[in-house]
Design a protein around this ligand. Structure first.
Ligand SMILES: [Fe+2]
Length: 145
């Protein structure tokens, strides 16, 4: 696996992270029902962290000599996630976000495998942190169903 494959895998991770950032913020805005307050805050803490991750991932791509996708058009072409729907029930929103954590974990696993093949320790460390965060997000979301 080449450096080029690693950069390509990182671009998918960036598109997934940006899409999940927007989707989590969408649900922060539109969640309704008796659990509004707790879910509104849970989604907020997750989207804020995702926004920081977007910057870190994009700058890793640039560090590797790649170009970071930076338009909604590119993100929609690259992402493995589906965009959010504002009309879902709170329960459906949480269930979707649980599945989304699993989906992004798959993209991260692909990128990690590519980083391990090229022995890129910096990328391995960054991807390991991203994996741990999405595993934690999945747990927190699943625990609130
Ligand atoms: Fe807010």
């Amino acid at each position: 696996m080449s450096q080029e494959s690693l950069i390509k895998a990182f671009k998918v991770v960036l598109a997934d992270t940006y899409t999940l950032y927007l989707k989590t913020q969408n649900y922060h805005w539109h969640v309704k029902g008796p659990s509004f307050q707790s879910l509104h805050l849970l989604f907020e803490s997750q989207y804020q962290s995702l926004a920081e991750a977007v910057d870190t991932i994009a700058e890793r791509i640039l560090t590797m000599g790649g170009s970071a996708p930076a338009t909604f058009k590119e993100f929609l072409t690259l992402t493995t996630l589906k965009e959010g729907e504002t009309s879902l029930s709170a329960d459906r929103m949480v269930r979707e976000l649980v599945v989304d954590q699993e989906t992004i974990l798959k993209s991260l696993a692909t990128a990690l495998a590519a980083a391990q093949k090229t022995g890129d320790e910096g990328s391995i460390a960054l991807l390991g942190e991203r994996i741990a965060e999405h595993e934690k997000n999945r747990w927190m979301l699943a625990s609130s169903i």
